[in-house]
Design a protein around this ligand. Sequence first.
Ligand SMILES: [Zn+2]
Length: 621
Amino acid sequence: MFCHPSLSSSIHWFCGLFFLLLQPVGYSAVQNTPPSYWQLHVHYSMSVMLDTANHHLTGSQTLTIKNTSPDTLNELYYHLYYNAFQPGSAMDVRSRSLPDPDRRVGSRIQKLSPDQIGYQRIVAVSQDRNPIASFSISGTVMHLPLKKPILPGQETSIELQFQAQIPVQIRRTGRHNAEGIDFSMTQWYPKLAVYDANGWNTDPYVAREFYGNFGTFEVNLKVPQNQVVAATGILLNPEEVGHGYSALSKPAKGWLTWKFKAENVHDFAWAADPDYKHDTLRVPKGPLLRFFYQSDSTLANWQALKPYCQQLFERMSATFGPYPYPVFSFVQGGDGGMEYPMLTLITARGNLDGLISVSFHEAIHNWFYGLWGFDEGKYPWMDEGFTQYATDYMLHQIRKEEHPRKSIIATYKMLLAMPNRQPLSTHADWYSTNRAYGLSSYIGGAAFLEHLTYVLGEERMPQFWRNFYRDWKFKHPNPENLIRTAEKVGGMELDWFYREFILSTHTIDYAIDSVWKSKEGIAIRLANSGSFPMPIRLRIDLKNGNAQNILIPLDVQRLHSNLSAEQKTLSTIAPMSPWPWVESTYTFELPIGFQNVQSITIDPDGYLADIDLENNVKILP
Ligand SMILES: [Zn+2]
């Protein structure tokens, strides 16, 4: 999602048959997911009709659920997101109670009139065609006791009839957005909550993030013929609709049913507007990019955006794993930028730099959110943080923007300095301010990856992403799964790193305590005054212009002989013994003439969010 433009000007704030050909060498088909891992399989078949005059939606949904869990399911939960757009809803109350509310929500929900609110009414429910009358709805969550329990390994079908009113555009979804897009159709259908190893995930919608079951969506959208539709998935009947999907141009009369299908996705979004200009660009050996926008003052920016998007998909696929879907759509709509599978809704009336940044961020979500289906409520730092990290590096590579590490670490240190800081393990909805949420999730996650790179070694990161992709695409990896992948790639223990970075509010603070001339040559004493221990990289600059690099492992890493090639080069001097994490100092001697040393620097590449940098460099006389 796009959010918090006010936090920092140096960081961008936001918030996405040829498939086989896309698999480059190195993406082995052999997966390494724990054998106990499971996730539900869902298949949505929906048909809806959009009444554009009254902004109503009438629909039917058949949801086939395969219970791949080891548990018997006696009940189901659904999200009915439109119900959030009513005075007194959890989203309304939460927005009005936060000290720094999102301006796009504020107290707007409280002021909605009956024809402006959103609602999702369930008209009828049945299970395998046997009616269920006893469901109940509380705000945005529906509880559905089942007629017949779904045993492990069994399948059932739930048929729903629903009637919805599309709210005025407030947050992500709704009609008639500020840029004149008629319908931004997100969070628009009754959506099954995720049942996972933690049970049901039934968070009420209070404006933040999502979590959905992977599956197939087959959606028929019946709209007036003049509407141009953009949606998740592949259009199955392009020759019937025209509108840039086929060369055919259709008369603007009557109704048209658009048929979309998407596989291996966990949500379905669409947008409709009669004024959409629609054109495409094929990424070589990659997806077809579609662009839907209004032919107004933003036209030149949309044209300029396209080649950057092509480069983005090429570089993202090479760095983090191939984009796994055949198409991606950049769609003008919504209220900023928001990611959906195979599609993003973005507003476009800013400058070109802003349009490129937001387009990059939201498209990149199709890796960090899309193919890795993180629980965005529990782990916002994985979803937003990793997206932010990749966005910054892609902007650096493609647009030659400044290398992002310095800015990520500096902004992260603003978070570390906040009074009453909440750990990164805080649920997205439960941060006590929007600012804390923004810094923690966007920058916290980006800083996490910088520190992981520091610990694993830069050269191991490509293998880390390849393995994480191989093992967890189209699944719901949690932080422990990610750490496990890193441990295997790095040949080291990382439990301590995860605990300190994510579950605690501890901070890093190392210092060069003292340096003196010794019998061997030079003696150095380092001090750990922080609460978060780390391995230490040290550079010794010599007066003759050469430098020596040293790596001091942390005892709990259990590195043994598993030093990577990079780490071996890092330690240009004999391997150092590990620093026990309980020890506050570490003293060692090197066979380097004291008089030859110019300076000694901790973390010379600036990876660490060391809260006091004053004592990290020692310049010798
Ligand atoms: Zn985002």
